[in-house]
Design a protein around this ligand. Structure first.
Ligand SMILES: *[C@@H]1O[C@H](CO)[C@@H](O)[C@H](O)[C@H]1NC(C)=O
Ligand SMILES: *[C@@H]1O[C@H](CO)[C@@H](O)[C@H](O)[C@H]1NC(C)=O
Ligand SMILES: *[C@@H]1O[C@H](CO)[C@@H](O)[C@H](O)[C@H]1NC(C)=O
Ligand SMILES: *[C@@H]1O[C@H](CO)[C@@H](O)[C@H](O)[C@H]1NC(C)=O
Length: 402
């Protein structure tokens, strides 16, 4: 899921360098004192958290939050904040007020099982202890929900399956005032992990691992292909392929594990559906962020038995160095047939939306690349390296990862 209003703020600063070379130096921008900076766990380490795909097509893992041990949180690289559903949060003796506003409001895009829709949430802030995989942040900023509202989805709490959500992005996408670092960024800043790496190893079986602090090379079939992460916003550039041939060049891709499907800007989606001989359907709905610009979404139906061969090629052709070769990572066939309508008829996991238009500046469309792409691949977010890496999993199913 992407927090829309705050994503907008985060990405305005991206515009200033989208025309310059990618920034490869990096420092985590935080000079705040509400995380752990004064009591660093000195032994640097790594951890691995079993993760699984829920019926809602979101990935979950168990965390310990405050005094609750097995809290099931949605793993979201598209946002930053850790938010607990109403009534779930149990404060520990480490609980403290958040040094900032007591309330927050956030609007997410991509909240329905079909990948679209919006949700606005309100709640209260605090800090408490959050752990998983043996890794702990003692004073993690977090929120507890008091209120929510859905737009353009049936009135069911799709996005609030499980006990809440944990974001992995930086403070610029935080909905708290002032913006707070995510748990992962705090682990990195506190030097609680050996390497500032987050690996998502999501298998096509619905089982997987979330790996922090190291690269789990034994799960990698081949070395990672890395590309610059534009200012640590988890946005990269890549080419789009159909049947392993490039059909769209140098697209901006937001890597968002918390979105079910893959959403292209409308012109790109029209182009791809036309190349695939699929008849597109348009839907319109309310836009909670810009009420005067209704959201338009594009979908199409395909024969479930013959999924398209849609891929992302890295690095994009335009950025290849002499002698360097790009690699294509296709959405695996297993990820396609998740919205069936009976007789060999499925809704495409590739869709189009105008909801992200303008985020990266006028005329630059952005893709929301969700979990359907992650399945079967190793995706690594490397804060220090300022890169995102892509690889194939030794076992794309990750069957053995309970
Ligand atoms: C989380 O914990 C619950 C209860 O202990 C367990 O049933 C579930 O399988 C766990 N989920 C993951 C992803 O490990
Ligand atoms: C914060 O939210 C609570 C619950 O909705 C509300 O009662 C309270 O007035 C709000 N406080 C501020 C300062 O907005
Ligand atoms: C959240 O709070 C804002 C500001 O107080 C209010 O306008 C809005 O209606 C609330 N939204 C929900 C879903 O409760
Ligand atoms: C597939 O199912 C959708 C939704 O029920 C329907 O609108 C569409 O016409 C169907 N397509 C085919 C080829 O049957």
């Amino acid at each position: 899921m992407g927090p829309l209003a705050t994503l907008l703020l985060a990405l305005i600063s991206v515009c200033s360098f989208t025309h310059a070379a990618a920034v490869d130096s990096f420092s985590i921008a935080s000079h705040r004192d509400y995380a752990d900076s004064n009591n660093l766990p000195r032994k640097r380490q790594s951890g691995s958290v079993p993760s699984e795909l829920g019926k809602t097509l979101y990935w979950f893992a168990n965390f310990s939050v405050g005094d609750a041990d097995s809290v099931r949180l949605l793993i979201d690289t598209g946002s930053t904040d850790l938010l607990m559903n109403e009534g779930v949060y149990k404060p520990s003796k480490n609980q403290k007020p958040y040094k900032g506003h007591k309330n927050f409001t956030i609007t997410y895009e991509g909240v329905s099982r079909g990948g679209f829709g919006f949700e606005t949430l309100n709640g209260t802030t605090m800090t408490d202890t959050v752990s998983a995989g043996g890794l702990t942040v003692k004073h993690q900023a977090m929120g507890s929900l008091t209120d929510y509202k859905y737009y353009n989805t049936p009135p069911k709490p799709y996005a609030m399956q499980g006990d809440g959500i944990i974001g992995f992005a930086g403070a610029r996408s935080s909905s708290f005032t002032p913006g707070a670092n995510s748990w992962f960024w705090n682990l990195c800043k506190n030097k609680a992990i050996s390497q500032c790496k987050l690996g998502l190893l999501f298998g096509t079986s619905g089982k997987g691992q979330t790996v922090l602090g190291k690269r789990a090379t034994h799960h990698l079939k081949n070395p990672l292909t890395t590309v610059p992460d534009l200012e640590n916003t988890y946005i990269v550039r890549g080419d789009i392929t159909l049947n392993n041939h490039i059909v769209l060049r140098s697209q901006y891709l937001i890597l968002d594990s918390g979105t079910d499907n893959i959403q292209a800007p409308l012109p790109a989606a029209h182009r791809l559906f036309s190349l695939l001989n699929l008849h597109p359907h348009t839907a319109s709905g309310a836009n909670p962020v810009h009420p005067h610009h209704p959201v338009r979404e594009l979908t199409a139906f395909f024969p479930c038995s013959r999924p398209p061969v849609l891929g992302f090629s890295f690095p994009p052709h335009a950025e290849l160095k002499p002698g360097q070769k790009a690699r294509v990572f296709n959405v695996l066939p297993e990820a396609w047939g998740v919205y069936p309508h009976g007789e060999d008829n499925c809704t495409s996991i590739l869709g189009g939306t105008n909801a992200l238009d303008g985020l990266l500046g006028r005329g630059t469309g952005a893709w929301l690349v969700g979990q359907s792409f992650f399945q079967g691949h190793y995706v690594e977010f490397d804060l220090e390296g300022g890169t995102i890496g892509f690889g194939d999993l030794v076992d794309p199913g990750m069957e053995g990862c309970a």
